[in-house]
Design a protein around this ligand. Structure first.
Ligand SMILES: Nc1ncnc2c1ncn2[C@@H]1O[C@H](COP(=O)(O)OP(=O)(O)OP(=O)(O)O)[C@@H](O)[C@H]1O
Ligand SMILES: [Mg+2]
Length: 318
């Protein structure tokens, strides 16, 4: 084993999977360190779930290689499966089984025989002990997610894959869910997750931004923010929606994001670009326009980076 495989939980090189000739994961190049919380983000259909299923050994790659926990994905998928946990995007509990019975079922699935102590620990950990005899279908959405997480952890995996674990969970339960994830990390478990929530992406140690089956940027949230060329401005106008549509006519979609009460404008031309946009709006009767440079949010950066990729894609036709 090399020094790299000891410190890396996941190493993927050109890992690919196509369905009917269409690439879902075109070429995944990825390093995830042990003990890290790594977040994979990207638009619908980018290939995030497929990437996870490949890395879990559930889908056979059509190209490339990967090592997971130092094991070869192609030749040792069963040894990998024994040491990882996977919470799929469409994970469903057995609604007509109780909390306890669901955990027992997953223990059995993983061949964990003496699971009672671990189950009690996980129930306490997820604060589900008072509900252990309740049917899973009678739990709230947030509690169901916590139970699903407990089921994923029953065999004490070293690495867990969580595909949109908190989608549809209310903000309070989401906060509690994140406290549990922090505890899991503190125990040295590596977490690889996808999330559509950018406040969650912000909490990851490192992120990969996935687009059309490839990771187009990877790094800490700050690294990713710094990767956006140009500057972001906040524009204010008495007619914000009209201002958005007026500017959109001559500018790429990725350069403008209309939030409820504010308009963010990204331009490579810096202050000159913002000044020109403001003048254009004022001439069109949409003034007075105020503008100021702002620190871009992760959302601005993702939209900008994805837009830049889309433009390159159209130009090269690839
Ligand atoms: N089993 C399959 N058969 C055929 N096509 C598939 C299959 N699984 C995924 N795909 C296709 O692969 C592409 C990537 O899908 P994937 O589910 O990995 O995206 P995703 O990034 O997880 O999207 P979302 O954010 O919506 O969950 C999509 O075009 C999808 O339709
Ligand atoms: Mg998905």
């Amino acid at each position: 084993m090399t020094a790299a495989t000891e410190t890396l939980a996941i190493e993927a090189r050109g890992l690919a999977r196509a369905f009917g000739g269409q690439p879902a994961v075109a070429a995944l190049d990825l390093n995830v360190r042990r003990g890290e919380l790594f977040g994979l983000v990207g638009p619908d259909g980018a290939g995030k779930s497929t990437a996870i299923r490949l890395l879990c050994g559930l889908l056979r790659p059509t190209g490339g290689t990967a090592r997971v926990l130092g094991l070869d994905l192609r030749t040792q998928p069963d040894r990998i499966k024994a040491r990882i946990g996977y919470l799929s995007q469409n994970f469903t509990l057995y609604g007509d089984l109780t909390v306890d019975e669901n955990i027992a079922f997953f223990a059995d699935l993983h061949g964990v025989r003496d699971f009672r102590a671990r189950r009690d620990e996980l129930l306490a950990f997820t604060r589900l002990t008072p509900f252990r005899r309740r049917l899973a279908q009678a739990l709230s959405g947030g509690m169901q997610k916590k139970l699903a997480l407990a089921c994923t952890l029953i065999h004490t995996p070293e690495l867990i894959f969580l595909d949109e674990p908190s989608t549809g969970v209310d903000p309070v339960s989401r906060g509690e869910f994140w406290n549990i994830l922090s505890d899991i990390l503190a125990r040295g478990v590596t977490i690889f997750m996808t999330t559509p929530y950018l406040d969650e992406a912000e909490r990851c140690h490192r992120l990969g931004l996935m687009h059309r089956g490839r990771i187009i940027r990877a790094g800490t949230p700050d690294d990713i923010r710094a990767a956006l060329p140009g500057k972001v401005f906040r524009l204010e106008s008495p007619a914000l929606t009209a201002a958005y549509h007026a500017l959109r006519r001559h500018r790429p979609a990725a350069s403008l994001v209309l939030y409820g009460d504010r308009l963010h404008f990204w331009t490579q031309a810096g202050a000159d670009g913002a000044r020109a946009a403001a003048a254009e709006l004022e001439q069109g009767g949409l003034g007075p326009v105020a503008w100021r440079e702002i620190a871009p949010s992760l959302e601005d950066v993702f939209i900008g980076l994805l837009g830049a990729e889309g433009d390159a894609h159209e130009k090269t036709g690839k």
